[in-house]
Design a protein around this ligand. Structure first.
Ligand code: DC
Length: 227
């Protein structure tokens, strides 16, 4: 039995999970778990500590012991700290996403992050964003969403997001990287990206952030999770 109500939002890169999870959490006043950020932080911690990039055990130890802090800046933007250092911009690059997808395929790293992720479930409630939130981390969640969009739209969204953050990446190169990351996330042996059997699938292609957020809030209301 979870300590609080939980809504999970899983899906592939660029499906809008991050934006929608943040909007829903803010609207209902619940906590937010950005599990992808934890995998990004493990990959970055490994690079900073100059750990062998092929050593799952050393990365799992970092996953367990790294000091992580998630906060909000005065302008409303996110702030992420790793062992006291501001890594907000660093973890959002596509290279950090690729690193995250690589370390996320190791079972040792995934189990080292399990307890950390479950600890986010505190009252009044949790919106958990990731790839295996509804299947592995919170299988008893009160509402499970699986968010999708066409590969073209997902690449365009990621491209815009990266450009807005000042990163100059070509759209065809980004499309190839996203396709590679999706394939690795979907075909890994442990906790692959897939919809839970009891998940509500939302195809966000062509839909605004407000429309998708509204749909999730409707589903929450139908389950008496909110208001
Ligand atoms: O959501 P994101 O782009 O920040 O995630 C980065 C990578 O981390 C993603 O390619 C796969 C991995 N990941 C995962 O395996 N399980 C999660 N729950 C979240 C992310």
């Amino acid at each position: 039995m979870a300590a609080c109500p939980i809504v999970t939002i899983d899906g592939p890169s660029g499906s809008g999970k991050g934006t929608i999870s943040r909007a829903v959490a803010r609207r209902v006043g619940w906590h937010l778990l950005d599990s992808g950020a934890l995998y990004r932080l493990v990959a970055l911690a490994g690079t900073l500590a100059q750990v062998d990039p092929h050593d799952p055990g050393r990365h799992a130890a970092l996953a367990q012991h790294m000091a992580v802090w998630f906060g909000t800046r005065s302008d409303g933007g996110e702030e992420v700290r790793l062992d006291g250092r501001d890594v907000t911009a660093e973890i959002r690059s596509e290279a950090a996403g690729q690193g995250a997808s690589r370390v996320a395929a190791w079972p040792e790293v995934r189990s080292a992050l399990l307890g950390r992720q479950r600890a986010f479930a505190t009252p009044p409630g949790l919106v958990a964003d990731g790839r295996d939130m509804g299947t592995v981390v919170f299988p008893g969640a009160d509402l499970k969403i699986f968010l999708t969009a066409t590969p073209e739209e997902r690449a365009l969204r990621r491209h815009k997001q990266l450009k807005d953050k000042g990163s100059d990446v070509s759209l065809p190169a980004l499309s190839r990287e996203i396709a590679g990351r999706d394939l690795r996330d979907q075909t890994r042996k442990v906790a692959p990206l897939k919809a839970a059997p009891d998940a509500c699938v939302i195809d966000s292609t062509g839909l605004s952030v407000e429309a998708v957020t509204g749909r999730v809030l409707e589903l929450m209301a139908a389950r008496r999770l909110w208001p």
